[in-house]
Design a protein around this ligand. Sequence first.
Ligand SMILES: Nc1ncnc2c1ncn2[C@@H]1O[C@H](COP(=O)(O)OP(=O)(O)OP(=O)(O)O)[C@@H](O)[C@H]1O
Ligand SMILES: [Mg+2]
Length: 604
Amino acid sequence: MTKREFTPEKEQRFNRSGTGRWILSHTLRYPQFPLGMLLAAVLNNFFYSSVQVNIGRAFDVITAPDWTSGALLAVALTTAGWAAGQGLTGLMRNYAAEFLAQRVERDTRDELYASLLGKSQTFHSRQRIGDIMARATNDVHMLNLMYSPGLMLITDSAMGTVVPLFLVAQLDPRLLLVPGIFLVLLAVTLVDYNRRLNPVSIAMREQFGTMNAGLAESIAGIEVVKANVQERYEWNKFIGNARQFRDYFVEQGVIQARYLPLLMFSLAWAAAFLHGLLLWRAGNLTLGQVISFMGLMNALRFPTFISIFTFNLVQLGIASGSRILEMINTETELDENPAGVARPIRGEVTFEHVSFSYNGTARAGGNGTGTRGAGKAEGGFPVLKDISFTARPGETIAIVGQTGSGKTTLTRLINRIFDVNSGRVLVDGIDVRDWNLESLRSQISTIEQDVFLFSRTLAENIAFGSATATMVQVEQAAQEAQAHEFITGFHNSYQTEVGERGVTLSGGQRQRVAIARAFLTNPRILILDDSTSAIDSATEDQIQRAMRRISSERTTFLITHRLSQIRWADRILVLRRGRLVDQGTHEELLARSPDYCRIFARCE
Ligand SMILES: Nc1ncnc2c1ncn2[C@@H]1O[C@H](COP(=O)(O)OP(=O)(O)OP(=O)(O)O)[C@@H](O)[C@H]1O
Ligand SMILES: [Mg+2]
C-alpha cells in the first residue's frame, strides 16, 4: 500500500500489484456481469448455430420424396424458436457487458481521483496537469471500451468459434479438418499481429498524454503566451505533437491493413466447401448436412473479421489501465497518519536544526519510522540549513530575507506540505510527523499573495474549509477581513461567481477573500505570505487592518517586507541563503544585523 494524505470514507480495495491483476479485481467486483456475459454468449452462439443446422435440416426435409408440410412446419417453428432465443441472449450479453464497462469506468475514475487527492505536493509539482487529465478522462474511457465492445466481442468470438465447431463435429468429425487448420493459422497470426500492435498502442496512449499536457499548459499560460507573442511557437509545438499522434494512428492502420486472416478465411471457406462436397459424393453426408456445415463455417467469418479490432481495443485498454495504475501506484512522500495526535493546537512552533531540500532525501512521515521517500536522489541542493527557533503561542513572527532565501519553504514545513530532511519541526512539542495530518492541517491556514479561488460563488469560496458555516458567519468573516464592502458592490453580492464564468478579482481582493476564509476556519497557526505583493496604499491599509485583526490571538508567521507590518511583529527572523542569520526586534536588528540592514537599504 502506498502512503497517502487522504482516504475516502467508503473505500473499495483493488489488487494493485500489476495491471492484469488490477483489471481482474475490478472485473470481479461485479461477478454477475462477466458470468452473465459468458453464459449469454454461449447460449447466443448455440442458438445461432442451431439455426444454421436447422436450415440444412429443412433442405433434407424437402428433398425427401415423401415430405409433409407438417415436418417442414416443425423445422420452421424450431428455427424461429432458436432465432428468438438468439435475440434474447444477445440482449443479455450486451447488457451485462455494458453494465460491467460503465461500472469499471466509474470505479477506476473514483479510485484515480481519490488517489490524486492523497498525493503529496511534491508529486503534484512534478506532474503535468494535462497528462493527469488525459489519464483521468481518456484512459479511463479506453478501459470502458476494452470491456464493451472489446471483451464482449472476444467472448462472443470465442464462443462463436467453439460452438459451431462442436456442432460440425456432430455432423461428421472429419469436417473439422479444414476449420481446424484455419484456426491454428489464425491463432499464430493473431499472436504475431498483437506483438506488432502492442508497442504502437502504448506509444499512442503516451503520445495522447503528451499532446494533452502541452495543450493544457499553453492554455493555462495563455496570458504569458500572448504577452510574449509566442502563439506561433506554441502552435508549431502542438502541431508537432498532434502529427506524432496521427503517425501512430497511421502505423496502427498499416498493421491492421496487413492483417491476413480474412483472406485466409476465404480460402478456408472454399476448401471446406470442397471437403463437404467430397464427403457428400462419397455418400457420407446428405445435401442438407453440407448446407448446415457451410452455414456453421460461415459463423467463423465474424470472429475472424472482428478480431482486427477487438484485440486492439483490449491492448489499448491494458495500456490505458497500466497508465492509470502507474499514477495510482506512484510513491508519495507523506502519509496521513490516521493514528497520530489529533487535538486542538495551542500554537507553539519549534524548529530544531531543520534542514531541507526539495529534491533531497525526504524522511517520510508517520511515527518517525524513518523510511526514505522512494526514488529520491541523495543530497539535493539545500534550501534550508540548520534552522532553530521557537514561536510561543500567540506570537507574531515576521520572516524576512532576500528573494529565494527560503521563507516560503520554511512555512511549508509547518503544515507538512513537505517533510524535513533532518532535524524536527514541533507543534506544541510534538513532531509534526506524529500529528494526524488532517488535524494538523485543519488548524493551520496559509494566505499567499497568489490566492487560488475556485469557480464557485464568493460565499462558497469563503466557506471553503468550513462546510457548516452559515451565511451570517460568512458575512461576519468577510466584514472582519474588510471584504464585505467590495463584495456587496457586485451585482450578485455573495452569490457572485468567481473565475471562469464570473467576475475576476484583483490580487488584493483575492487576498481578502482568503483572509475571510481564514477568519471562518479560525486556525491556531496562521501563515501570511505577502513578500511579493505590490498594492496601492488605500487597499494596503485595508489589508493591513484585516491582517492585523486575524493575526492577533494566534501564532502568526508573517512573510513581508513592509515596515508597517514588521513593526507589529513580536520577533523577526532574518534568513540568508537558507540560514537563520539573526532574530530579534526591528530596532535590535537594525542596530546589529548587516543582512537586515541591507534588506531595508538603511545601511551605508
Ligand atoms: N517546488 C520547488 N521545487 C524545487 N525548488 C524549489 C521549489 N520551490 C522553491 N524552490 C527553491 O527553493 C529556494 C527557496 O525558495 P522559497 O520559495 O522558499 O524562497 P522565498 O524566500 O519565499 O522567496 P520569495 O521572497 O521570492 O518568495 C529557491 O532557490 C527556489 O528555487
Ligand atoms: Mg516566497
